[in-house]
Design a protein around this ligand. Sequence first.
Ligand SMILES: C[S@@+](CC[C@H](N)C(=O)[O-])C[C@H]1O[C@@H](n2cnc3c(N)ncnc32)[C@H](O)[C@@H]1O
Length: 197
Amino acid sequence: MNSILEIKQYAKENNVPIITDEGIAFLLEQIKQYKVKEVLEIGTAIAYSSSLMALAGVSVTTIERDLNMYNQALININDLGLNDKIKVIFKDALEAYSLVEDKKYDLIFIDAAKAQYEKFFNMYTPLLNEGGIVVCDNLDFHGLVKEKDLTSYSRNLRSMIKKIRLFRSFLENNENYTTKIYNIGDGMSVSIKKKFN
Ligand SMILES: C[S@@+](CC[C@H](N)C(=O)[O-])C[C@H]1O[C@@H](n2cnc3c(N)ncnc32)[C@H](O)[C@@H]1O
């Protein structure tokens, strides 16, 4: 696939969940506003969001645990000529810290298993540069997070929604970060580390 549009089309045809158009526009805006140079992404999929970030000029380290996704991501990155801008780590992000701790990051983008967001946040934020930000996607989960009655949904889905709600309160009550959650894409947060003197 030699263009971003082809990757997007492939994602649609193969049910690969990728960031929405509105979501990626928002993410790229944050990259500009916070003068981001180094990104750590949790959840590569087929390297759609990482390629768009790399095309905007940043370097991306991204973690993926699914072998098929990882292989397709490598093909796409190669086809787009982005090998020197994106490094993909094939590993569960809960076990990948030692593989990415060689650098500090200006942006950590969390877009993987929703039930693990708090663990990802706690594990990887020590690698955030001063003035760096954390962006999380899918905090509305297709509108279900705000839905009052979830009785008609499966137990697994209800449990995941509960975890997303808990993660939202974790962010909102985290005294070390100032967080805003936006009704953008599938619900995106931006957390900025507070400076203590
Ligand atoms: C929503 S997709 C990522 C989409 C991608 N960021 C984009 O917008 O193009 C989530 C990906 O995270 C991966 N994933 C889920 N949990 C993970 C974990 N614990 N470690 C690494 N990858 C994980 C899934 O295999 C899936 O490919």
